[in-house]
Design a protein around this ligand. Structure first.
Ligand code: HEM
Length: 215
């Protein structure tokens, strides 16, 4: 059957990694857009969260879709890593990158593992907060805690590192690569991870530093 043939090839797995990775980046964009309401006011964020939870079927299907995509990304990522290691590591070495990123590419499974642990703790935390505390106040509750905030910022650094290589690798697999545009592409592979690090990290620091005291 062709799907089995497709996923058994190296390029098939790389394409699945690229498409699932792109979907996860799109999720991050949507999530960042929703979280931007935090920067408006606690009322705006609560209104957004309430609107979301008034559509339980949509939330359920969205979460299920996300979980399936994440499992594909992790499963094929581990398979590619093991295959690559058994092949001596040379198969995916690409030297044409303008910004060299050997540290980010070598640590992909570890930065990925950090993100996975973060997601488990994050989703559990926001679904099991102290009773009676609304989600908008939960953000302030968690990020006023020094250790919780440091854990978040560490995880966002791991996310940025993962995206630094992953975003570039995705563009290569999808064929978005041309000597004429590689400088622009190199800039984009820095801008995208930096944006998520600064945006999500900024929310944490907003509360941690006390700037969001009146939130
Ligand atoms: C400061 C940054 C962040 C804040 C304030 C935040 C906030 C939240 C909140 C409040 C929820 C629960 C939404 C609800 O059900 O009402 C949530 C869910 C979630 N967040 Fe975050 N988040 C942040 C960063 C991230 C990052 C970086 C990731 C991924 C790497 C992430 C992944 C998720 C996932 C997977 C869910 C569950 C989505 C679902 O159930 O469909 N979040 N987040």
């Amino acid at each position: 059957m062709w799907p089995i043939k497709f996923v058994s090839t190296s390029i098939g797995k790389k394409i699945i990694m690229a498409i699932s990775g792109l979907s996860l980046i799109l999720f991050l964009c949507v999530h960042a857009l929703g979280n931007a309401a935090i920067l408006v006011s606690s009322h705006a964020f609560q209104t957004y969260a309430d609107a979301l939870h008034s559509l339980p079927i949509v939330v359920f299907l969205f979460g299920l879709g996300l979980l399936i995509i994440l499992l594909f990304h992790i499963g094929f990522g581990i398979t590619l890593f093991v295959e690559n290691r058994n092949a001596g590591g040379g198969r995916y070495a690409v030297n044409s990158r303008v910004v060299q990123n050997s540290f980010a590419s070598k640590t992909m499974p570890y930065s990925g593992l950090c993100i996975l642990i973060f997601i488990l703790i994050h989703v559990f935390g926001f679904n099991n907060g102290p009773s009676g505390v609304e989600v908008s106040q939960l953000v302030k509750h968690y990020f006023s805690n020094f250790f919780y905030s440091i854990f978040y910022i560490f995880s966002f650094c791991a996310l940025a590192l993962h995206l630094f290589h992953g975003f570039w690798s995705m563009l290569q697999t999808l064929g978005i690569n041309h000597p004429r545009y590689n400088n622009g592409i190199a800039k984009l592979t820095l801008i995208v991870p930096a944006f998520f690090l600064l945006f999500f990290g900024g929310i944490v620091l907003y509360f941690l530093t006390g700037l969001g005291a009146s939130y």
